[in-house]
Design a protein around this ligand. Structure first.
Ligand code: UCC
Ligand code: FAD
Length: 583
């Protein structure tokens, strides 16, 4: 080329090689486990064609809107051009399109229409699973909207929440409302019982005016919210602690001058991720609200919302894992290194296969919890189902939240340097995953929730867990290929039983130290059993069997391993503290 005077790297010429980008294909058609699971369980085929069509739309249209939400984050306009306080949260056109799409596609409505009976939740969550990584975080307002509808349904859909309920669950975009969930205050997001300062002042018409400061309020462009506050008596006194909290419904509306009624938006949070979505600090300055729980039953009444949002969180976590694997495996067919495609490097494939096993496990655990929710809502849940749902909701949320960060992080590495580059859209996946273990209850708080629900049920939730996990293994007895997985699972189950028996005899504080490892053990063992069960299905593939075998090579019962090492003994807390503060 020298002779010809051709210089490939000169002037505006930057060489002729350009790497092909990873391509997002229809996430429904690309997901063998999702399709297999639904074919196995759904009694009707109609949801499958809807999911397939939606998957096409996500890949060809919606994913770009999601990207637009990321690069056009919301901003807060405090004042109008003439100096009036307006507190306008300006969102992107794509964010608004997501709202309309969510209504049209029934992303909340499907759960309430219940056209597919006990499988309606599985159908709804499968749709959200496909949508989530492309949604520009619109799944966040949808989670809270779903949670609010659930709370209202459980407390009664009459005035003042009748209209709200129908708006939250509609398919008509112009009628659709989203809800906020304003719990966290500056003194505490985990310990809302002690952290909530907001007071509710009774009005003569039976409503209340709320005065307080909500420190984190996501998707603050919502039309309404559920929130916690303490009712003041005539003397202005309030009841401290959790027993003083009641649940309130409030609409977010504006007066004729465009000012927010009873609310000032202090500022928008500057966040690591979830930047597509506004998260604000709000001063509640006489916000009109209606009490919808009995006085003092605020936490218990919002618990239904927590269940739903925690399940949504788990769906998003599993979806993030699935998405990064889909993109990584596509990229491996396009990128060459050392003379061959990445897909032909066995170590690279091992890395992706490990991610795939995590993604599969997460998916099955999440869908199983959705199945249980669907059974409860259809009125056909047995006591075992109800106990399992209560136990597994915090377990699935805490486990998948953490795994999403690990898998997505590994996933970014599989794109090499490009995984770190903003305009590929890949880093956002990791940033957004990081929040999944923080909001809606941190890992430790949910681990303690597991302990509390075990104690409050006098162990019945654990009894249900052991029975059901064992029953999931029953189909595998005749499948020799699965024998190592079943053996490992059986062993882990008996280790877990032994742990529970020993822990019951130990001093207070022992279980608290074991809480996180216990929750992980519950997650890993249950997921292993689900993978084995799925591999026994007549439509299962060799990959289903392989995934079960690989999963069961994990340390399935870390709580037993750590117990044997004395990690929960009374001597450890002072040693932990000394280590942390060593200087
Ligand atoms: O973070 C937030 C929104 C983020 C945006 C939405 C994202 C959605 C996903 C999107 C995906 C992309 S909103 C803030 C979330 N905040 C939390 O999650 C709070 C975390 N803290 C806890 O969960 C604590 O454990 C508390 C606040 C529940 C502890 O309060 P208490 O007062 O100490 O609770 P108790 O005493 O344990 O329980 C009080 C009552 C009991 O009922 P009764 O009185 O009938 O015995 C409990 O059984 O509440 C009941 N309860 C529950 N019931 C408490 N927790 C639960 C539960 N998880 N399920 C059922
Ligand atoms: P803290 O409660 O102070 O916890 C700090 C640390 O201490 C955590 O690691 C926790 O696990 C640990 N810890 C606390 N207590 C214990 C214990 N007893 N044992 C062991 N460890 C413990 N909240 C809303 O109400 N509405 C929203 O819309 C909302 N949106 C959010 C959006 C984003 C992007 C983020 C990041 C948060 C949002 N939150 C929202 C707040 C979120 O729910 C809280 O941040 C979360 O519940 C934790 O509360 P905290 O920040 O007060 O942390």
């Amino acid at each position: 080329w020298r002779a010809a005077g051709y210089l490939p790297f000169s002037g505006s010429k930057i060489g002729s090689f350009f790497q092909e980008r990873p391509v997002l294909k229809n996430p429904f058609l690309e997901d063998a486990l999702l399709r297999g699971y639904l074919s196995r369980h759904l009694p009707q085929q109609a949801p499958l064609s809807d999911l397939c069509a939606f998957g096409e739309r996500v890949a060809n249209e919606v994913d770009e809107w999601g990207r637009e939400c990321e690069i056009t984050p919301p901003r807060l306009v405090h004042f109008d051009s003439w100096g009036r306080r307006v507190d306008h949260i300006v969102t992107s056109p794509a964010w608004k399109r997501m709202k309309d799409l969510s209504a049209q596609e029934g992303l909340v409505a499907i759960g309430y229409e219940r056209s597919f009976g006990e499988w309606s939740r599985v159908y709804q969550m499968s749709k959200l699973f496909i949508f989530s990584p492309s949604s520009g975080l619109y799944t966040c307002p949808l989670a809270m909207t779903d949670g609010a509808a659930k709370v209202i349904q459980s407390l009664g859909t009459s005035w003042p929440v009748d209209e709200a309920y129908s708006r939250l669950t509609t398919r008509q975009p112009e009628y659709f409302w989203t809800s906020g969930q304003w719990m966290t205050e500056r003194q505490g997001g985990s310990d809302v019982g002690h952290g909530t300062e907001t007071v509710a002042v009774p009005q003569t018409d039976g409503s209340y005016k709320l005065h307080g400061f909500k420190w984190f309020t996501s998707a603050t462009d919502a039309d309404m919210t559920l929130t916690l506050a303490r009712v003041q008596d005539r003397t202005g006194a309030i009841t401290p602690g959790s027993l003083g909290l009641s649940l309130f419904y409030a609409e977010v509306s504006r007066d004729e001058d465009g000012r927010l009624k009873g609310i000032e938006v202090q500022r928008l949070k500057d966040k690591l991720g979830t930047r597509q979505m506004p998260t604000a600090e709000l001063l509640l300055d006489g916000l009109q609200a209606h009490r919808i729980s009995e006085e003092g039953r605020g936490v218990a009444s919002i618990a239904n919302m927590l269940t739903i949002t925690r399940i949504h969180n788990s769906v998003s976590a599993a979806a993030a894992m699935r998405r990064v694997v889909q993109l990584a495996r596509d990229y491996a067919t396009r990128r060459n290194a050392f003379g061959k495609l990445l897909k032909d490097h066995s170590l690279h494939m091992q890395t992706l296969a490990r991610m795939e096993v995590e993604a599969r496990g997460a998916f099955l655990m999440v869908m199983d919890v959705c199945r249980l929710l669907g059974r409860e809502e259809s009125g056909i849940a047995t006591q075992l189902d109800t106990n399992l749902l209560r136990l597994l909701t915090p377990v699935v949320k805490l486990y998948t939240g953490k795994q999403a960060v690990a898998v997505v992080s590994e996933g970014l590495e599989s794109f090499g340097g490009q995984g770190y580059i903003e305009d590929t859209g890949l880093p956002g996946l990791l940033r957004d995953a990081q929040v999944l273990s923080i909001w809606e209850g941190t890992t430790n708080i949910l681990s303690l929730d597991v302990l509390r629900c075990v104690a409050r049920s006098s162990g019945m939730v654990l009894h249900a867990y052991f029975n059901h996990t064992k029953s999931l293994l029953s189909g595998a007895s005749s499948i020799s290929l699965l024998a190592p997985a079943v053996k490992a699972l059986d062993h882990a189950l008996s280790e877990l039983k032994d742990f529970v028996q020993v822990a019951a005899t130990r001093e207070a504080g022992y279980l608290e130290l074991a809480a996180r490892d216990l929750a992980y053990s519950l997650a890993r063992i249950y997921t292993g059993a689900l993978l084995i069960d799925h591999a026994c299905w007549k439509g299962a593939s060799p990959s289903d069997t392989y995934a079960a075998l690989r999963w069961c090579e994990h340390d399935l019962c870390p709580v037993a391993t750590k117990q044997a090492r004395g990690c929960y003994d009374p001597s450890t807390p002072p040693l932990d503290a000394a280590l942390v503060y060593d200087r």
